[in-house]
Design a protein around this ligand. Structure first.
Ligand code: ZN
Length: 317
């Protein structure tokens, strides 16, 4: 068991309402010490804060437990600390309005999150490639990068089938990942893109996709980025409830539930391979095998990388 940071989750999603406390406890028992709740739609921002609040209330208080380390063994359950990223996700571009951007800017002033995200560009469907949709994505991406610079916050990038365009925007923008950190979450590009994001100072977010031996392009891209930039360029994440590691899949139905129907997320989730933060060790294990770096060394480095990417200094526990 190694201490880990789950840098990208949607643990606030309704699919966890039934057993969130149990899943948080399981995640902790598997080594997950921190997790980030990542925003995608303005209407769910309150839910993210409520989830963080609920999880923080489970913990007795860190100072109380660390003040008496020598007393009887602590048998009460522990839970990962939850943190927040706020962002308007490019996949849901139709649902975002300028009023959401304004309201988000106000929230950043009032309740400073850990990061801005997830933001970026996504042309997964033909519809999203149309000029008006893509232009709107670019406008929202730039506006949120501006917010990150203004508040000096790291960003969580969601880039899918639009790597060249995203890189062009990032290179033209004042946002400096070498200074502010940032993660190319659920990295899905090729070798050149992997190196390009690492060169800009972003960490590549590795999900359960790496556990799939058939994900050859991804595995090669990670390897090539590491050959050039070292294991310092990586972080891990579950992206739960999506991206279930292959060894945890019980159903052939792997469609992303977050991308289905935003008004009715994860209804009938039993039919899907719901991913959970407790599955994060499988990502560590596959990455350790792929890179031929022992798990202990890798886990310690990934912790440092996550802290650098998120501009924090959490103690390795
Ligand atoms: Zn996500």
């Amino acid at each position: 068991m190694y201490p880990m940071i789950d840098t990208h989750t949607h643990f606030d999603a309704p699919v966890f309402d039934e057993d969130r406390v149990l899943q948080a406890q399981k995640a902790y028992s598997k080594g997950v010490r921190h997790l980030v709740l990542v925003g995608y739609l303005y209407k769910h921002f309150d839910r993210i804060y409520e989830t963080q609040q609920a999880l923080s209330e489970l913990e007795p208080s860190e100072s109380a437990s660390s003040a008496s380390p020598s007393t009887s063994p602590d048998t009460s359950p522990s839970y990962p600390a939850a943190h927040i990223a706020l962002g308007l996700h490019p996949f849901y571009i139709d649902q975002h309005t300028d009023a959401h951007l304004t309201a988000m800017a106000k929230m950043l002033d009032e309740r400073r999150p850990l990061a801005i995200g997830e933001i970026g560009l996504d042309t997964y469907t033909d519809e999203m490639k149309t000029a008006d949709k893509f232009d709107k994505q670019k406008r929202f991406f730039n506006a949120q990068l501006d917010m990150a610079v203004k508040h000096q916050l790291p960003v969580m990038l969601h880039i899918r089938k639009a790597h060249a365009e995203a890189l062009a925007i990032l290179k033209a923008h004042d946002y400096d990942a070498h200074k502010l950190g940032g993660i190319a979450h659920s990295f899905s590009g090729g070798e050149q893109e992997a190196k390009a994001f690492a060169k800009l100072g972003f960490k590549l977010g590795v999900t359960g996709q790496v556990t799939n031996p058939n994900a050859k392009k991804l595995r090669r891209a990670i390897q090539v980025a590491v050959d050039s930039y070292g294991i310092e360029c990586l972080v891990i994440e579950t992206d739960c409830p999506d991206m279930t590691p292959v060894m945890c899949q019980t159903s052939a139905n792997n469609q992303s539930a977050l991308g289905m129907n935003v008004d009715n997320e994860w209804q009938g989730a039993e039919g899907y391979n719901r991913n959970v933060p407790a599955n994060l060790p499988w990502v560590l294990k596959s990455l350790s095998e792929l890179l031929e770096v022992d798990s202990a060394t890798l886990a310690a480095q990934l912790w440092k990388n996550s802290c650098a990417a998120l501009q924090t200094s959490w103690a390795y526990q």
